[in-house]
Each structure stands twice: as C-alpha cells, then as structure tokens.
Design a protein around this ligand. Structure first.
Ligand code: IMP
Length: 201
C-alpha cells in the first residue's frame, strides 16, 4: 500500500478554555496536526444568532489573526418549552454552572414539556477567509426535575439523554462522547478533515 506522506500542519483551536483544547488534542491525536490554543489576548465576540454562525465567526477571525488553519466550536442547550433558550446564550445564562441550572429549573418549574437538545457546531477556516469545513452534532433529551449525577460539566446533571434514562452527569466520559453532541459533530468532521489534510497542503 502506498501511503501519501502528510506534513504536520498547525491547527489553532479558537478557544482559551484549557479543557476544550485538551479534548480536541485527544480527538485529533491520530491526525497529522499540531494542536495549539489561540493566543489568550485574541478575543472574538460571539455575536452570531446560531451556533454555526458563532463557530464560523471564531474560526475565521482566529485563522486570519494567526495565519494558520483554525478550528472553532460553539455549543449549547436549547429547550423546547423556552422557545430554544438558553441556546447561544447557554454560557451567559447565569454566573456559574449551579446558577445556570437553578435558573433553568425554575423557568421549567411548571412545564410538562421537558424536551431539549444539545447542539455543537464545528468549523475549520483558513487564513485567507475561507470556510473549509462546517458540521453540526445534536443530542436529543429531556430536562430533569432535579440535578442527577456528578460527572461532566455545565448543564450535564439536568439533561437526560433520550432512550438512556441517564443524565450526561450519570454516564461515563466514553458514553457521553459516543452519544453527545460534540462527539457526533466530531465523527462528521473526521473524514472531511482527513481528506482536507491530504489534498489541501
Ligand atoms: P461555548 O463555550 O460558547 O460553546 O459555551 C457552551 C455552553 O453551553 C457551556 O458553557 C455550557 O454551559 C453549555 N454546554 C455546552 N456543551 C455542554 C455539555 O456537553 N454539557 C453541559 N453543558 C454544555
């Protein structure tokens, strides 16, 4: 079998969140890329109305500023009974994870419709203002009546994944990756990134 030799490429993760960069480094460990986090001082305002718009904004801005390909993500929780809120405002819904959970549960206190979903948008852009790849992952579920489980982060304890009976906080990391929105988006990204790296050197 002839294997095409692929030079390692720098890929700047458009986030200064250490956890996210670590997660992407793990997911990308078999790719010929050097994963680097964006410079801390480079801040991009998330002014988009959708997860996809925000991911695109961040990837394009960071690629332009650094001169390298950039990978950005934007994610959040959308609740049917709240007309899609908190949505793109998920991280800004209150000052802390416990505050965000308390606010959401109180807004849902009288709601019988508990349906909700997590979304994750991923975008890779090049320094010449080109969007190279965009994918979306989604995970369906329900808002619980009270927090359950101790794993994960954010809204994990109050989001029960459809057909599992478990919240994200009650399942192991591997299971969350398999069923979760980010894992699903990444599974879509993988083959496209592989061919981009092969043909767009
Ligand atoms: P981002 O960093 O702008 O993508 O913020 C996404 C926000 O949505 C996070 O701060 C969390 O509040 C929430 N979020 C996104 N993904 C998850 C998840 O997998 N579990 C729990 N909360 C999440």
């Amino acid at each position: 079998m002839i294997k095409k030799k692929i030079a390692e490429k720098q890929l700047i993760i458009a986030s200064s969140n250490g956890g996210k960069v670590k997660e992407f480094r793990q997911l990308l460990q078999n790719f010929p890329v050097v994963v680097i986090s964006k410079p801390r001082e480079l801040q991009v305002d998330e002014t988009g109305k959708t997860f996809a718009e925000n991911a695109r904004l961040k990837a394009l801005a960071v690629a332009k500023a650094t001169g390298h390909w950039s990978l950005a993500d934007d994610s959040g929780l959308s609740v049917d009974a709240l007309a899609g809120a908190p949505g793109v405002l998920s991280s800004r819904y209150a000052d802390s994870d416990s505050g965000r959970i308390a606010r959401l549960l109180s807004e849902m206190a009288t709601s019988k419709d508990r349906r909700a979903h997590f979304s994750a948008a991923l975008c890779i852009a090049s320094p010449n203002n080109e969007v190279l790849l965009e994918v979306m992952g989604r995970c369906e579920g329900f808002i619980t009546n009270a927090p359950r489980g101790h794993g994960g982060f954010g809204y994990d304890p109050i989001f029960e994944v459809e057909s599992t009976g478990l919240t994200f906080a009650e399942m192991g990391h591997k299971k969350k990756q398999e069923l979760g929105h980010r894992g699903r988006a990444f599974a879509l990204l993988e083959p496209v990134l592989q061919s981009l790296l092969t043909f767009r050197q």
